[in-house]
Every structure is written in C-alpha cells, then in structure tokens.
Design a protein around this ligand. Structure first.
Ligand SMILES: Nc1ncnc2c1ncn2[C@@H]1O[C@H](COP(=O)(O)OP(=O)(O)OC[C@H]2O[C@@H]([n+]3cccc(C(=O)O)c3)[C@H](O)[C@@H]2O)[C@@H](O)[C@H]1O
Ligand SMILES: Nc1ncnc2c1ncn2[C@@H]1O[C@H](COP(=O)(O)OP(=O)(O)OP(=O)(O)O)[C@@H](O)[C@H]1O
Ligand SMILES: NC(=O)CC[C@H](N)C(=O)O
Length: 706
C-alpha cells in the first residue's frame, strides 16, 4: 500500500536580469531533481528574470527575453519526464502578471498568475503587476507564434486552477498568498488538492524564519497536504538577501529543509512522501461539512501519473526537526553570504574598512572574516563556482592559488586602515584595531590624518581670520561640531583614496578597486548620530540595519565560534566617536552625547516602524511598558527627545550607504521606510502638546490619589 511520490524543491541564487545565468541554474536544478528521482520540481518566484528586477518589470524587453528562456526550457528534451513549476512574468491582454508556468515534456499545462501581490515593507509588486482577477478564474492565454508552434496549439489556460493528474491533484500559491488570512491553499485543500506548491522570493530578516516556518507548517496542519516551498537565495542585486530555507512538509511536519545561508548557487532538496498520509489526515467529518459548502475549483487535466511506480519500492522520508539559527548566527551568515555575492558579481578586487577600534567597524570586519570562513568551507566541500570566483578575485595572478585558511583569503580580500588623530585617538583603539586585523589576517595600515586635518582647518582661518576651537578649548558649539565633522569627512575621502590604490600598492595584476565598507548601525541612523558624508558613507554597509545590541550578541558569539579572543575587548569598550580631544576629566561617549541608550533606541525604533506608532502612541505604550522604571514625565521627556533628534536628522537617511536589510525597524529611507525628511518641529507640534496634557492629567491624578 501507499501512494508514494518523490518531490523536489530548490534554493536558486538568481540575479536580476542575468538571463543566461538564471536559465542555466534553472536547468541544472531540474536535472539534479531528475537525478534524485523527483517527479515534480518547484522553483522560486520569478526565477527566470530574478525576483529583484523592480522597474525593469515594466519593460517589454523583459517579457520578450523571459519567453526566450521559457522556450529554451520547452525545447530541451533532457528536461522531460518531470513536472516543472517555473516562476516567470507574463504579459496577458496588455497586463503584466507575476506567474508560474507548469510544464510537462515541453508542453505548457497551466499559467498560474499571483492572486495577492506583496506590497508592503520591501515589496512593491503592485507597481509592476496586476493581481489576477480572482480565485478560481481561468481564461485562455494566447501564445506568441514561437511558443504556439512547439505547443501545437495557440492557447493555454491561465488562471487559478487545480492541476488534476491521473493519480493526485495539486494546488498552487505564490509567496505572499501564504501570508494572507484567506490563503488559497485552504480552499484548494477543501476542493481535494493533496499537494501545494509555493514559489517564493522571501528576504532574510532577523528572527523571521520562525514566522515563515510556522505559516508553512500551519498551512497543512489543519488542511492536511504536502506543501512544497521553494525560495530564491543570495543577493540578486540590491539590499535584500533571499534566504532559501526551502521546505517540503507533510501534514505540517518537515521532511526536507534546505540551507538558509549558503554559497551553493543551486540547491535541490527532495523527499519521498506518501499521499495516503494526507488522505488519513483528512478523516474528520467536520472537514467534510466544510467541503460540502465550498464552491468547486476549476481543474486542468494533466494526463500523467505523478506518483512513483509501485515497484520502485520507495520509503517515505523521515520527519525532521526545523533548523532555525540563533539571531547572532543569522548575523554571522546572512550579511557574509550577501557580501560574497556582491563582491563576485561586482567584479571588484576586495574590501576596505576604516577600522576604528570600536565595535561597529569591528563587526563589519568580522563579517568579512565570516565570509572568508564560508568560502573556505565551500572550497572544502568542492564548490567549483566558489573556487573559480576565489581564483579570479584573490589569486593575484598565481596559477592554481587557493587559500588554506580564512586568514589567507582575508589577507587578499580585506584591507583595513586605522585613521588616527594625535589628540583624539587613544592608544587603546589604535591597538585594538591592529590586533583585530592581525587575528583575522586583514592587510592593515595605520595612517595619521593630523596634517590633512590641520590643512583643512586652516583653509577657513586663512580665508576669514576666524579660528574655530573645540568646546573643551573654549570654542562654540558650532566650532566644536565643525572640527569633528572635518575629521570624520577626511576619513571618508582617505578611505576611498586607499581603496582605489591598495591593489596597485600590493602589485595585484591589473590593479583593481576595493569596495569601501561602512559601519553605521541601525540605531545611530535612527537617532542621526553620525556625520553626513563621513566614514558612514561607503559603498556598502553590511550592518546598517542591525542594532547595537544584536551586534554585541554577534561579537560575543564570534569570539567563541571563530576563536578570536581579541573580540572580547571590543565588547568591554565604551562606545566613543573619538572626535573631540580627550583630557583627564573628559572623554566623549556615545550614549551620553545621544541623550539615550542603545537599548532605548531599539525600543523606540521598533515602536516607530514595526508597531507603527507616532509620538503620542509611543508615549502611551511606554507608559505601560516602562511604568516600573520611569514616571510619566520622564517617559514623555524620553519620547520627545527621541522624536526631536529623529526629525532633525532624518535628512541624513537620504544619503545613507546601501545596507543589508536585516531588521524590521530599519529606517532605510530609500526602499523600506518611506518618510519625509523635512519635518515640522516636533517639540511644538500637536502630538507633543497632547503628550504634555496627558502628563499633566496623570500627575494631577497621582497627587489627588496620594
Ligand atoms: N532639514 C535638513 N535637510 C537637509 N540638510 C540639513 C537639514 N538640517 C540640517 N541639514 C544639513 O546637515 C548638515 C549637518 O549634519 P552633519 O554635517 O552630519 O553634522 P551634525 O549632525 O551637526 O554633527 C554630526 C554629529 O554626529 C556625531 N557623531 C557621532 C559619532 C561619530 C561621528 C562620526 O562622524 O564619526 C559623528 C558628532 O559628534 C555630531 O554630534 C549640515 O550640512 C546642514 O546644513
Ligand atoms: N580612528 C579611526 N580610524 C579608522 N576609521 C574610523 C576611525 N574613527 C571612525 N572611523 C570610521 O568611521 C565610522 C563612523 O565613526 P563612529 O565613531 O560613528 O563609529 P561607530 O559607528 O561608533 O563605529 P565604531 O564602533 O567602529 O567606532 C566607523 O565605523 C569607522 O569605520
Ligand atoms: N515575494 C513575496 O510575495 C514576499 C512576501 C512576504 N511578505 C515575505 O516577506 O516573504
């Protein structure tokens, strides 16, 4: 007994508009699936074009080229004898749709457009696509001549239908649809579908896999069924990292899970499932009562046996426990894998980090080291693509060169530079930076920028006669800031200068430029505690949407995991900008100057973005959450102070370096957190007045109740 079938899901590292590369990876995944005996292969959402094409989805070229790729799949006879579920866009009656194309033996069986488009946070599908006309609606799609000839007919069905095979049936949903309250699989399951495929392009965010997994597992715990989830992986051209973790589940239990962070471009996971388990799971009469009330689904007949032949003597795959990384591990792997994709795809020669001896630039450097560790593991595992990339980027012309350790590779790809000032920089930060670089193998320089700073400072004095001074020397606030800012900006210019020429200095054949990495964390961005166009302006910022608290967790984790004892010192160090001269009774520290702690900033950040609260709502929420720590007046002061700095500094976010998206409260102005950057002064605004009124009321009530 048993109705057994082998199914395959894929993590594909697609790249927006990489037509040949995407097609090759799709074909390779189908071939691997076939070699593992799979009868059905599901690929990620829009895998033919790459998910992140953004406004390119508006271009006619894209639809034309996508059809060419489809044609290449249809005519390839080596891809026969397996149901192929491939993600690509189609133009139908003048509208653009985000679709899946179901193929068997060079023949299109169904085009299934997405019903509910992703349009929040990082997603803007409504900008490019039209949602399909509704569940259960099917029309005819007119094939262009080049496809009609192969198909042997002019029309194929397009719409939301169940695929009816000879021996089972399959429903289809696409990424966001799973996240909706009335997800299509619910009705499809009631209509008898036993297998569901979900092609996704779902990005990594810290602590998010848990939610995605519960949605996937929940889907078939109640409805019963086999759920096949396929996701894109890697950096496909912007701030997002798609984190694979493709799954096959049976009645809400996992039977296959692929990796979340990996340098493997094509990963195929298969499982053998028994569809009788689905039938058994659906025994309850209460389900039958709902089936009776449910309108039927249109079906597309596919004259094909999906199940494995009984004499194959397969055995169902065992159940697995979900694999979920801790947040600090996620940080160590996600941004590292993103950096690798970015480096190899940008064809640059490596990275340069201005290394301050503080924990933020230390985190960026440790992430590059983590990337090197991942590369070494991939080499050990025989990853040919990684080998070719390493030799192109880091062999410095030496035939057959390969690194033996992460430090070997790090020395070729990571350049660090400490940019000191005699009065401001301390021996501790200088030494910490140097020892960290040594421990991870980075090619390190120490440069003092006093001369450039003096020359820059004198420009104004020579021109105007005005002598700016630091506050500790009796200068005004304006002078104090201006002198800090020129140091900060000189660091940025110097970093770019070194990045352009370090490969020439080291005689790398053909030279090559380095990508400058920035290190501003999410909380500093939110508060605006940075100089506009200083060293936080770089080419890329792997930690730009990671909180200070999470970075500390990551560094504590890396100290043990990567065997880097020097990291402990960064954890103990007090965060400081070292932009003002130090004296016996004054050392500049971040939290004092910001007027709030990093822990508080995380709370404000989450309430503002994730909980969608304005100043008044945030105050009311914190009245409850902080009631044992602070009085209403103290809470009001903190909330108003945060919003004051947030508002006057928001303009800085328009210029921030593109950062890996990692955090749901990221204030990234360009793609994720769209807000004005010229705010009315919050302190005199209506919401602040409402906060003050509420404080007065609460204080009056407290006095009366005494
Ligand atoms: N609404 C608005 N829209 C557009 N631009 C606006 C603006 N308001 C001011 N501006 C402009 O913004 C600029 C002022 O901002 P900015 O130049 O950043 O300077 P500012 O924010 O005044 O100073 C930088 C702050 O960052 C701190 N900090 C902490 C840690 C590290 C570092 C570091 O750099 O390493 C810096 C530093 O101590 C200081 O408090 C001016 O050019 C001003 O004209
Ligand atoms: N002395 C320095 N040498 C090299 N780079 C520096 C130095 N001081 C600052 N930077 C660079 O400028 C960036 C912004 O400086 P800032 O003082 O804000 O540091 P931060 O964001 O607190 O990071 P860190 O914890 O690394 O000091 C740093 O992340 C670092 O890349
Ligand atoms: N591509 C999509 O539909 C994305 C949907 C979903 N919100 C996610 O983050 O996974």
């Amino acid at each position: 007994m048993g109705r057994l079938v082998t199914l395959a899901t894929t993590n594909l590292n697609q790249w927006a508009l990489d037509w040949e590369g995407n097609l090759n990876r799709i074909k390779e995944s189908i071939s691997i699936a076939k070699s593992k005996g799979a009868r059905l292969r599901v690929g990620p959402e829009l895998e033919v074009t790459g998910y992140g094409c953004l406004d390119h989805f508006l271009e006619l070229d894209l639809y034309d080229h996508a059809l060419d790729s489809l044609l290449a799949i249809l005519v390839d006879r080596s891809l026969d004898d397996i149901i192929i579920d491939v993600g690509m866009p189609f133009m139908h009656r003048g509208n653009r749709y985000n679709c899946r194309c179901i193929i068997l033996n060079g023949n299109i069986k169904l085009i299934r457009p997405k019903l509910y488009l992703a349009n929040d946070g990082n997603y803007r599908e409504m900008r490019y696509f039209i949602p399909w006309k509704g569940p259960r609606h099917v029309e005819e799609f007119k094939l262009p001549p080049k496809l009609a000839e192969i198909q042997g007919s002019r029309f194929v069905p397009i719409g939301d239908a169940i695929l009816e095979f000879n021996d089972t049936s399959m429903g289809i949903e696409t990424c966001e649809e799973l996240f909706t309250s009335n997800a299509p699989h619910i009705q499809q399951a009631l209509a008898g579908a036993e297998i569901f495929s979900n092609a996704s392009a779902s990005h990594h965010e810290l602590r998010k896999l848990d939610k995605r997994l519960s949605l996937i597992l929940e889907a078939c715990k109640k409805a019963g069924g086999v759920y096949i989830y396929a996701n894109q992986s890697g950096c496909d051209g912007d701030r997002l990292y798609y984190d694979g973790s493709s799954l096959i589940t049976v009645n809400g239990s996992i039977v296959a899970q692929s990796s979340q962070f990996s340098l493997v471009d094509v990963e195929v996971a298969t499982a053998v499932v028994d569809l009788d388990d689905v039938a058994s799971h659906r025994f309850a009469p209460s389900r039958g009562q709902q089936v009776n009330k449910c309108a039927d689904y249109p079906r597309v007949r596919v004259e094909h046996d999906l199940l494995d032949a009984i004499d194959n003597m397969l055995v169902s795959s065992p159940l697995l426990s979900p694999r979920i990384h801790r947040p600090e591990e996620e940080i160590s792997l996600g941004p590292a894998a993103w950096l690798w994709d970015y480096l190899r795809r940008s064809k640059q020669a490596g990275f340069l980090i201005p290394l301050s001896g503080g924990i933020d630039s230390c985190s960026t450097a440790t992430l590059v080291f983590s990337m090197c560790r991942m590369v070494i593991s991939a080499l050990k595992a025989g990853n040919e693509q990684v080998k070719a990339d390493v030799q192109r980027i880091a062999s410095y012309g030496e035939d057959g060169w390969l690194p033996a350790t992460p430090q070997d590779l790090c020395n070729r790809v990571l350049h660090t530079v400490y940019l000191g000032m005699s009065e401001q920089s301390s021996q501790e930060t200088r030494s910490r930076a140097k020892r960290l670089a040594e421990a991870i193998g980075a090619y390190h320089q120490e440069v003092d920028i006093d001369d450039v700073y003096q020359a820059q400072k004198q420009l104004l004095t020579k021109a105007t006669g005005y002598e700016p001074k630091f506050a500790v020397q009796g200068g005004t606030d304006a002078s104090n800031l201006a002198l800090q800012n020129i140091q900060a900006r000189i660091r940025m210019v110097t970093s770019y200068y070194f990045a352009q020429l370090m490969c020439s200095v080291r005689s790398r054949p053909g030279g090559g430029g380095l990508l400058v990495l920035g290190s501003g964390n999410v909380d500093e961005c939110l508060r605006g505690y940075l100089t506009k166009y200083d060293c936080s302006s770089a080419d890329l910022n792997p930690i730009g949407s990671i909180s200070k608290l999470d970075l500390k967790r990551f560094i504590a984790f890396a100290e043990e995991e990567f065997a880097l004892p020097v990291l402990h010192e960064f954890l103990d160090a007090t965060p400081t900008a070292e932009l003002e001269p130090r004296s016996d009774d004054y050392v500049q520290t971040d939290e004092d100057q910001m007027g709030m702690s990093y822990a508080e900033l995380s709370v404000f950040g989450r309430l503002r973005k994730a909980q969608k609260l304005g100043p008044f709502g945030m105050f009311e929420r914190l009245l409850h959450e902080w009631r044992d720590q602070y009085s209403p007046r103290e809470i009001a002061d903190k909330v108003k102070r945060f919003h004051h700095f947030y508002a006057i500094n928001r303009h800085k976010m328009t210029t921030m370096t593109p950062a890996y998206h990692a955090e749901e409260y990221s204030p990234d102005d360009n793609r994720y957190d769209l807000r004005p950057f010229l705010y009315p002064a919050f302190y005199s605004s209506y919401s602040f007045k409402k906060i003050d009124e509420k404080v007065a009321l609460l204080e009056k009530r407290a006095k009366r109740d005494k």
